[in-house]
Design a binder for this molecule. Sequence first.
Ligand code: FEO
Ligand code: CA
Ligand code: CA
Length: 634
Amino acid sequence: MSQFELKDEQNHPRPDVPEFTQMIEKQVSRRRFLGGTAALGAAAFFSVSPLSRAIAAATSSPLLGFSAVPTSTADTLVVPPGYTAERLISWGDPLFSGVAEFIDGGKNTATDQLKQFGDNNDGMSFFSLDEETAILVVNNEYCNYELMFEHQGQKMSTQDVAKAQAAQGVSVLTLKNGPQGWQVEKDGRYNRRVHANTPMAISGPAKGHPLLHTQADPNGERVLGTFNNCANGMTPWGTYLTCEENVHGYFGSQQSAHITPAQARYGIGTEDAGWQWHLFDDRFDVAKNPNESNRFGWVVEIDPQDPTSTPIKRTALGRFKHENAELVIDKSGHVVVYLGDDERGEHIYRFVSHNKFDPNNNEANKNILDEGTLYVARFNSASGGELSGTGEWLPLILGEHGITPESGFNSQAEVLIHARLAATQVGATTMDRPEWVAAHPTEPIVFCTLTNNKNRGVLDNQAINGPNPRANNHYGQIIRWQPSHGHHTDDTFNWDLFLLAGNPTVHQDIYAGSENINADNMFNSPDGIGFDNAGRLWIQTDGKYSNQGDFAGQGNNQMLCADPTTGEVRRFLTGPIACEITGLAFTPDNKTLFVGVQHPGEDLAGSHFPFGGNHTPRSSVMMITKEDGGIIGS
Ligand code: FEO
Ligand code: CA
Ligand code: CA
């Protein structure tokens, strides 16, 4: 999330809504203390359909072989005994010879930044080429002006905006494996920066639609750049998917502008989020370029093996505040992409390709993401307050389920550009900020983090519902679903909650969390999530790190590992001061894990990670190995 949104979260006291709280306390204290009968757990999830129980009870897991680390408020990255964490790369490291090194205190130029590693690294993928060569593709989500500029953002200029635009997007890194393990190769043949001014193509059903036309691009087919690149996905045909998330905050105007209801639903208005791009770059002035914002909020496909390739915005995957793009090949051969829209009260989506993946013909797969159907999830609650139920995928197709000209949709392009409005039209369930989606490597079961939602039970359109059972949800939960007939293409599923985060040292009720959460593994705000190929579920947090009040004893942001079958959750690492832990990628042998430390020391919180001393804190990719050379987590 942007630094500005985070401030908003932290500065607003929680409104009191006892009626919701009481209702849910009744439901959940019952289930929480039913003990054995409520604890059939996740083992049953894999074998029983439909689901009969919600919330896993933890039993000791054969998958988790490391010692848990305690919470931490230290300015360092802590890993379990027997593990080593090294720095791979940090914001501002040059990717090419002749480019300036990072200078503390915000002194680098926009020209430097164009060829340096971007800021606020987030989602990333590891592409293995051979034993010695790989490509690590890393998202660069946003900037911290208080660290990026000597004036801390107080005196922005055209050059400063250019630097902020250069610091976002994607960094493509050539990695070489040697005696020191994996290292970034300066001038490596795949090294590339993709940023907010990189030329890109628009493809799929919305390509060319008038809502995408601008003065600079009267055909709606070409766009400059990508920014606020949150999480990611990778395809079996060798490409990387980068997801545009909080793009609304870069648009604004000093003039009055006609803001449509659709723009308002996407957060577009004359007030930006503080980035000030519109003051120096007319492209971001909504009065002067009302359609430019429609060209952001997409999933962008990049071929990392060709540094000259043009990134492509895939409009068939819909426009919203994309978190990640979890791509699986269904048993039928169809490509399925699960997608979260990270905003309070927004939705979970699924794309199903029209054509089938062909493992022997990458040329045929190249544009497979351009044709298919976008669906949105409706979660039906079971009766009696059970935290489980059935659900269905509702197609977003012009002419179906009330998506018609009468309800404001004149073409399939409009359905995709305004996917949020179409989702509301078909009755999608409002969720507690869907973040990453992760599909199990072998079983047809899918997990999604719902990070938190202060509006749940407070705003009329966000009443508590089955998968979002807590008002003022400041801890978050993880939902999972299983297709009814074992196919990711099935249109119905069964869901339950894998865990409710909480604080059992502060609360005795539903805010204590589910039974698999205890004083030793508690955390708040699950965000990044992903499976390794043995089926361990890795969970990263972007939560409150005050270590006080409701968050007492939870320390800095962290990464945990869970066994999806037993429900056990164990803390694997803790991050430095004021960071978020986000982004994970394994080597195929699972012996090296890359983890992102994002914005240590945000808001001048006093971190000097990773270099210590008085150095400027810098977002970094860390590389974790086991001292005995073994598999991470085992
Ligand atoms: Fe960029 Fe929703 O986190
Ligand atoms: Ca987040
Ligand atoms: Ca995130």
